[in-house]
Design a protein. Structure first.
Length: 479
């Protein structure tokens, strides 16, 4: 890929900070911190890996601006956390030109009984406390050596609940959109006063609540315009992730990514690639029509370079958020820059990482070696040189079952390729090297499908494509 590629081009923010490319690691909870909320070695290593991969902007997982019981979640609520944060920022800067922003968050209480605190319980004094906590946390982010800060106003948490159309307050902080914007606007203004004009402040919020009676991209565009007009360095757009449709489980606190809105936030394998890009496109068009040039970050199953390039060229986004794709392969941006697109380890979007977060377990990728807390680094030597495998395939019970024999020395993984008829073989799935079977359920009658395997190593380096096998799927003409 040439250096002229849109996704590799730099972007200068209004604050004067230049991002080296358009790839963004959105904030992802890792559950790697201890209950004390301090940065530890595992957290540091996770973000250094992202920086080594050369993403233009790495947003560190949400850090609490207040002292609240929250399990394994980073905190930035007092100066006691500064040593670890300084070490994290410095280590990432030493690794590459990537820019590093922490995401800072305020959240309300939830209980295992299913009870949760709602924003109508907050007094005016509580709201003043939220504003002050954000401002103080942003000042610590600057003191720690980060390049900017991102304000978390998305999903199920405090500021997002004020923005929501389901905001239950009946005072100056609820009802109309202007009132719902009041606290988030106060927070942004207080942060800006605290950190000064030269320190970028980004905002992340949802472009579609994806719940009944929630707001959609129409109001999201107005929300984005407000933050653009008051000086946001960028607006980063997500979707869903709300408590209102969360699945209730006995003895467990509500987890806001278990309902339909959670699917919309982290669209899995069943969703089309770029499932939420239309939301970013709508918001960006609105901003440009208003004469505002604030960059827009779009996300939501952006899986390939081709899709990222297309979204940039169409003007849907200015920056491309690739959370799970970069978890699977943090070296993705560097591989693109070096023209090694074919070596990217591709996310399966099976959402094992999401399930780990839901159960408060350390978040890893199922494509990593078993037991690893970090993505593997490139081994010595060249790509796999094993003899190509010839799979078998059969149609049964509405699906095609592809099987193969275990090689003498299993590679790290296989890329399963599929073609319809005489079309080109294209990526269908990534499977572990020890796997011997894949069930393809996304097929229809009246077609011939071809399958082949290609081995890859820890770094994603591919070996040769093996022989293909074809299977005919009959057309069911029953009335």
């Amino acid at each position: 890929m040439s250096a002229a590629s849109p996704v590799l081009s730099p972007l200068r923010l209004s604050s004067g900070l230049t991002l080296p490319n358009r790839v963004v690691v959105p904030a992802m909870v890792t559950r790697l911190s201890g209950e004390d909320g301090h940065v530890n070695r595992d957290v540091r290593d996770r973000y250094v890996r992202f920086a080594e991969g050369e993403a233009g902007l790495v947003v560190v997982e949400a850090m609490a601006v207040h002292d609240a019981k929250s399990g394994p979640l980073l905190r930035v609520c007092s100066d006691a956390f500064l040593p670890g944060l300084r070490d994290l920022a410095a280590a990432c800067h030493d690794a590459s030109p990537s820019k590093i922003f922490p995401q800072i968050i305020h959240f309300l209480k939830v209980a295992r009984s299913g009870w949760r605190q709602t924003i109508d319980s907050l007094s005016d004094g509580d709201l003043d406390g939220v504003v002050g906590a954000y401002a103080a946390a942003a000042a610590r982010a600057r003191a720690a050596g980060f390049d900017g800060v991102e304000l978390h106003m998305a999903h199920a948490y405090t500021l997002s609940s004020f923005l929501s159309r389901l905001n239950p307050r009946r005072d100056a902080y609820g009802g109309t959109l202007e009132n719902r914007l009041r606290l988030p606007t106060r927070v942004f203004a207080a942060v800006r006063r605290e950190v000064g004009e030269g320190f970028p402040v980004g905002v992340r919020f949802v472009a579609d609540e994806a719940i009944k009676d929630g707001y959609t991209a129409i109001e999201a565009a107005e929300i984005a315009e407000r933050f653009a007009r008051i000086g946001a360095a960028y607006v980063s757009l997500s979707a869903g992730g709300k408590f209102e449709d969360a699945v209730k489980r006995d003895g467990a606190p509500l987890y806001p990514y278990t309902g339909y809105s959670g699917d919309r936030c982290m669209p899995g394998a069943a969703y089309p690639d770029g499932a939420n890009l239309h939301l970013a496109a709508h918001v960006r068009r609105h901003l440009r029509a208003a004469g505002l040039q604030t960059p827009v970050v779009g996300a939501g199953k952006i899986a390939t370079r081709e899709l990222a390039e297309r979204a940039l060229e169409r003007g849907d986004v200015d920056l491309v958020g690739m959370a799970r794709a970069l978890l699977a392969d943090p070296d993705l941006p560097r591989k693109w820059r070096e023209g090694r697109d074919d070596e990217v380890v591709r996310c399966q979007y099976g959402n094992v990482c999401k399930a780990l977060d839901e159960s408060f377990r350390k978040v890893v990728c199922t494509l990593w070696p078993k037991g690893s807390l970090q993505a593997p680094r490139a081994p010595e030597g060249g790509p796999p040189a094993r003899a190509p495998l010839a799979p078998s395939a059969r149609y049964a019970d509405g699906q095609i079952v592809v099987t193969w024999t275990a090689p003498d020395a299993a590679p790290y993984g296989f890329q399963l390729l599929r073609a319809t008829g005489h079309d080109l073989l294209l990526h269908r799935a990534s499977v572990r090297g020890r796997s011997l079977r894949f069930e393809d359920r996304e097929i229809t009658g009246g077609h011939t499908y071809r399958y082949a395997l290609r081995p890859y190593d820890l770094a994603g380096r591919r070996g040769p494509v093996g022989p293909s096998v074809s299977v005919d799927v009959p057309l069911d003409e029953a009335p």
